[in-house]
Design a protein around this ligand. Structure first.
Ligand SMILES: *Cc1c(COP(=O)(O)O)cnc(C)c1O
Length: 413
């Protein structure tokens, strides 16, 4: 039986977002009527300030600072940690181009670490590259894949080097029961539309360190005494924070990377939906992963034992395919209505380190390169239904079967 005919539905559109919860409308309307869009106009409880409180509580952090993007949050984290010009920052070589870009923006130098076929940091290479001149570590939990945070934190702590977590795509993921983004000195998240919470653009950083937060708040654009509108845990005035603000007043540049109230009005009503999106995303991912893993041509690496994933996309490795076969697989899947890209084969892919030409010469990283040449990326938003998920799995399996010359039967149905 033909796989296409067996599927009762149209190819799912994996790029459409979920509708924004209707509760956002009244608040947006109120803001439009009053024109109160700037976070520092209201004396207190501006939507951005309320978002910071709610997000910090959701994650279990003492402080949060909402900004214009996760890239801005990563940049401000480096600045808040006081890294000098040309400081070296370790990052995994499998990440989005925005991550090395944030490091360059902060006048620092990224040092790329190999990533293995399970999409996680190669710990032997991490240790080898963690020389005494490394000033910070930025762990990108790329596509939500969590590297061994116990090993990473043990090494960084032993050297007294701060860890920034790029949790842009990891909201809801946990490591040993702890929220990703709360393990390092700073955690950064994105509200860009392809992430779990969608505001078009936006980002937030969390930390328990009042010194780091005070510096980030000022540099994000809390000029003059606007820092007074930033509170501590439970929305209370925090003496530690006030002391840190007093210490840094007028001593730091203002980069103006603030979030505005309309973004917070779009984000806040989505926070109660995070738990459901995480649960559904995990169910969707595991359903498709099990179907692909039952074949000989595709492998989804398992989560690490201490990791509970919150995926909204699926990554898997092609097994035993040449580059030509992998290209044919992409095309055959597309013909079946399923959009899949091999990271290293699609032109200009911003997640392939050799395309980061702004770094000058990129290092030779054979392990990461080999992974990128067989690793596939499929969007799998939490809102997909089971028939849509089966359509995607069947499309991928049918495409692989076609390319590898195996009988095209409807696997997993
Ligand atoms: C999306 C993403 C970013 C950048 O987030 P922006 O809010 O668009 O700046 C950084 N790192 C990772 C892993 C991402 O997925």
């Amino acid at each position: 039986m033909n796989v296409m005919q067996a599927s009762p539905i149209q190819p799912p559109n994996t790029y459409d977002a979920e509708p924004i919860p209707p509760e956002a409308r009244a608040e947006i309307d109120r803001l439009l009527r009053s024109g109160d869009l700037f976070r520092y106009t209201a004396p207190e409880d501006a939507p951005v300030a309320l978002l910071e409180r709610e997000f910090a509580d959701l994650l279990g952090a003492r402080y949060a600072l909402a900004v214009s993007s996760c890239s801005a949050a990563l940049f401000l984290s480096l600045k808040a940690l006081g890294l000098p010009r040309d400081a070296k920052v370790l990052i995994p070589a499998f990440t989005f181009a925005a991550v090395p870009s944030a490091i360059v923006h902060a006048d620092c130098v990224p040092v790329l670490v190999e990533v293995g076929e399970n999409f996680r940091i190669d710990l032997a290479d991490f240790e080898a590259k963690f020389t005494d001149d490394i000033a910070a570590v930025m762990i990108s939990h790329m596509r939500g894949h969590t590297s061994d945070m116990d090993a990473i934190m043990a090494l960084a702590d032993a050297k007294g080097v701060p860890v920034i977590e790029d949790a842009a795509h990891s909201l809801g993921t946990t490591w040993d029961g702890r929220n990703i983004g709360t393990i390092g000195a700073v955690g950064c998240f994105s509200f860009q539309s392809y992430k779990l919470v969608n505001a078009g653009e936006g980002g937030i950083l969390i930390s328990d360190d009042p010194e780091v937060i005070a510096r980030a708040v000022i540099m994000s654009g809390a000029y003059e005494h606007n820092w007074k509108k930033h509170k501590g845990p439970q929305g209370q005035n925090s003496p530690e924070l006030a002391e840190a603000f007093a210490r840094w007043q007028n001593r730091l540049p203002l980069y103006n990377m603030r979030m505005q109230n309309l973004s917070a009005a779009v984000i806040r009503p989505q926070l109660p939906h995070v738990a459901r999106r995480v649960r559904d995303g995990r169910r969707n991912h595991d359903l498709v992963a099990d179907l692909l893993n039952a074949t000989a041509w595709m492998h989804v690496p398992p989560a690490l034992p201490k990791e509970a994933r919150a995926p909204d996309s699926l990554q898997f490795n092609l097994i035993g395919m040449t580059d030509a076969q992998a290209r044919a697989f992409q095309a055959a899947a597309k013909a079946r209505g399923v959009s899949v890209s091999v990271f290293g084969l699609s032109e200009d892919n911003a997640r392939a380190f050799w395309n980061w030409q702004f770094l000058g010469e990129t290092p030779d990283l054979p392990r990461t390169r080999a992974m990128l040449m067989s690793a596939c990326d499929v969007r799998l938003p939490a809102r997909l239904t089971e028939p849509e998920l089966r359509f995607i799995a069947e499309g991928l399996i049918g495409a692989a079967a076609e390319v590898m010359g195996a009988p095209s039967r409807a696997y997993g149905t």
